[in-house]
Ligand binder design. Structure first.
Ligand code: C6P
Length: 410
């Protein structure tokens, strides 16, 4: 469904898409790993470095004022992008991974006690698992998991009541699974957790640039996202935290800019967000991210979501029609990606041969190793879509898959 947008025309905004790889037109289907960048984002970075580059919050000269203004305008833009109450609730980080590490280290160290439970799901990316393992080891807390049902990668919520014991203090879950394409009912789960006083975090790495996000409607306490997956630069992302919860957290790192006053033995810290942004931050990153958010919202994330889903459903349908393909993830309400395995062909071979045909896929465990093991596989091949992909690219991808099957049949 094209919903009145000429999706192919948008491709012109992405200089990188117009190239040949191994002599074939590039078909970029690795958007869950990182998205491509429109000219508007590239130009915002160039403009900043050519005109305004200076350190922020420190100088009182013109360039420093401009840089500070642009940096803080990006914070205000980010608040609007996820419907936060205030820009003070936005902390710039390197991305989803750092955002979750910040929460695990700061919230966990302050609030977790031996015997407490951190509830996760079996779908989690390593970045929403390993930081919790680390803080559990330090505090004596333990991890528990909402199970998935099988290849469809859907959470078994019939187990949730039994899992929500009085020991559970924190619940962290992925919004959209990067390896299955599952869209978790985060509003419902947060509401059930909140009734019991459990603090919640949603990993929005795969959702924020693909569908409208309203952190207040979701009802979580923390939300994490990565700029590079939403048309922004690498190395920048954010953590949103509900103001009341942020105010209870100790600093994550110490250094310049996060302090009110420092003595040789004692320091007083600023409130959020500065309390959590020690040292010179990535300045061009938020400026590029601002341009990316403007770009996405000019298209409209409801429309992007419908287009993503249309491509994923089409790819799923076409792959289902082939023999000897094992498909992962839900049949209905799937996000814009398809994970699959071809019988007797390693996922890495699929990706290597697809690359020779100009099609960029990802193969591996997708940083969800425990989930892969639960499903009895080491890896899958994955095609992940964004708004600049087209149905004809899906056709190319499926034809390439058929060729790979033929190649291995001999
Ligand atoms: N997933 C993928 O190919 P960073 O690396 O911090 O930007 O994002 C980490 C991350 C966290 N949660 C989810 C659900 C993710 O998908 C990712 C990144 C990439 O699927 C790289 S492994």
């Amino acid at each position: 469904m094209s919903v009145n947008i000429d999706w192919s025309a948008l491709r012109k905004d992405f200089p990188i898409l117009d190239q040949q790889v191994h002599g074939k037109p590039l078909v970029y289907l690795d958007n869950a790993a990182t998205s491509q960048k429109p000219r508007a984002v590239i130009q915002a970075l160039v403009h900043y470095y050519e005109h305004d580059n200076a350190n922020v919050h420190r100088g009182i000269h013109e360039l420093s004022n401009r840089a500070t203004q642009a940096f803080e305008a990006a914070r205000t833009r980010a608040a609007k992008f996820i419907h936060a109450k205030s820009a003070d609730e936005i902390i710039f980080t390197r991305g989803t991974t750092e955002s979750i590490n910040l929460v695990a280290a700061a919230w966990g160290a302050k609030h977790l006690r031996p015997g407490d439970v951190i509830l996760l799901t079996e779908l989690e990316h390593h970045s929403n698992l390993v930081p919790w393992q680390l803080i559990a080891q330090k505090t004596g807390a333990r991890l528990a998991f909402i199970p998935v049902t099988g290849d469809e990668g859907i959470l078994d919520l019939s187990k949730l009541d039994a899992l929500l014991t009085p020991q559970v203090k924190f619940l962290a879950m992925v919004h959209i699974s990067n390896s299955m394409g599952t869209v978790n009912p985060v509003e419902e789960i947060c509401a059930r957790a909140k009734k019991l006083g459990i603090v919640t975090l949603v990993d929005g790495a795969q959702s924020a640039g693909h569908l409208p996000v309203d952190v207040q409607a979701i009802g979580c306490d923390f939300f994490a996202l990565s700029g590079h997956k939403i048309c922004g630069p690498t190395g920048i992302g954010l953590l949103w935290g509900r103001q009341e919860v942020l105010d209870t957290l100790p600093p994550y790192q110490g250094g310049g800019e996060m302090i009110l006053s420092v003595g040789y033995h004692k320091t007083e810290f600023k409130q959020a967000p500065q309390r959590f942004e020690a040292g010179t931050p990535d300045i061009s990153g938020p400026i590029g991210l601002h341009a990316a958010m403007d770009y996405l919202d000019a298209i409209g994330r409801e429309k992007i979501w419908r287009h993503d889903q249309d491509l994923a459903n089409y790819a799923y349908e076409r792959l289902s029609a082939l023999n000897n393909v094992r498909l992962f993830g839900p049949k209905h309400n799937r996000a814009g990606l398809v994970s699959f395995l071809l019988k007797d062909v390693h996922a890495h071979d699929v990706v290597t041969l697809a690359d020779q045909a100009g099609v960029a896929l990802r193969g591996g465990h997708h940083c969800t190793q425990p989930l892969m093991h639960k499903l009895g596989v080491e890896s899958t091949a994955r095609a992940s879509f964004y708004f600049y992909n087209t149905r004809s690219e899906v056709d190319t991808f499926v034809e390439v898959v058929k060729e790979i099957q033929k190649f291995f049949a001999h």
